[in-house]
Design a protein around this ligand. Sequence first.
Ligand code: TYD
Ligand code: MG
Length: 440
Amino acid sequence: MKKTTTSFVCQECGYDSPQWLGKCPECGNWNSLREIRVAEFKPQNSLVAQKVNIEPKRLDQIKFQKKQRLLTGFSELDTVLGGGIVKGSAILLAGDPGIGKSTLLLQIGLKMATAKEKVLYISAEESEEQIKLRADRISSKKNSNLFIVSSTNTDLVCEAIQKLNPALVIVDSIQTMESENVSGLSGSVGQVRYGAFQFIKLAKTLGIPVVMVGHVTKEGMVAGPMVLSHMVDTLLFLEGEKFTSTRILRSLKNRFGPVDEIGLFAMEDAGIKELTSPEQLFLSKESVGAVSGSVLSVTMEGTRPFLIEIQALVVNSKIPIPRRVASGIDYKRLELLLAVLQKHCNIPLSGMDVFVNVAGGIKLSDPGTDLSICLAIISSFQNIKISNKVGIGEVGLLGEVRRANSLEKRIKEAQKLGFKDILSSNKFKTLRDVLASLSK
Ligand code: TYD
Ligand code: MG
């Protein structure tokens, strides 16, 4: 008979306790601990048990394999990963339902399955026919080395992986996988943790990279256990608005690459496409400079500069405490910049309603766009058009214009797109100087 142990696991954060508690001491949630019986599970004749090698090695004995990374066929994704998928790594792709995770992964599978390399796509959500239908929609190419398994049984799937020995495994999704070795329904912390642990163990011992899909809750966390994000090497987020086609891929954690790179994609009728020239994405060309209240800037996302448009609207307020509405920038930052404008540039904004928006729905946390926000507000307030100018710089509390990080890169991007007149810390020391140059 199998020996079992009992523990109580928090369904929110994965906290493990030998006794039941009303409140989780880790995350503070009430009534979130559930009893979980774990059978002691010994993989007797599995390949995993035989391949484990725990002999300590000296650092110089460890061989570094050159061809460690697999290219996915999407250069945007490869950059986010730091140059491709590392062999034996575990990747978690998280995102809202319907955002395009399954589509993206199926496309990667289709691209990476070649005559020599097999790819295994495990679907615990859709039937084989559904996947076939989607694959036909995405590509007309016949691909014989993409293997599909439609099953929710973690242990059977692990056996299938060992038998096939593919170059890449895709698990869609980890929350729907379940095993008889653990009690609890699929999606519970115990099941998800067990499933992820088995797949990661396989990935490490056989050197097969595994990509797992994780659903996101309303609060924006990877559903069920946060523990999952500690277990994987790379945590990717696919985000975007349901009603627009733009999708942004971010890495929140990466043991093998940078964490601030983003990848840009567009969801189209025939699958997801990468956007390699995103210049037009966050820019409404018609309005730039044609009306007062619109100013261009260049923001950095990771190591990539983007030209963006800041829009401001300043009108007389009819209420005692004027409205300040910021979308795409931090509300507190807007208040601070308004105070600087009032104090150091003598612009009477205290009785005005101020609305600021970043065109294209991108969210900025980059202080290098401060100057352009100030300029957009002034442009709207004084009803002057600031066309063909790009503002790049941080604004300090004393009204000084500070150098934005990667200034040269930003300037180059603006020039590449045909904007020669750049207002930055290279030419101006204070916000007042910039204003004086505008009225000339
Ligand atoms: P899906 O990949 O199933 O999302 P997820 O796995 O993240 O839940 O994507 C579903 C949405 O994508 C659905 O609304 C239809 C749309 N879609 C396209 O626009 N084009 C396509 O080629 C495909 C396959 C789906
Ligand atoms: Mg899906």
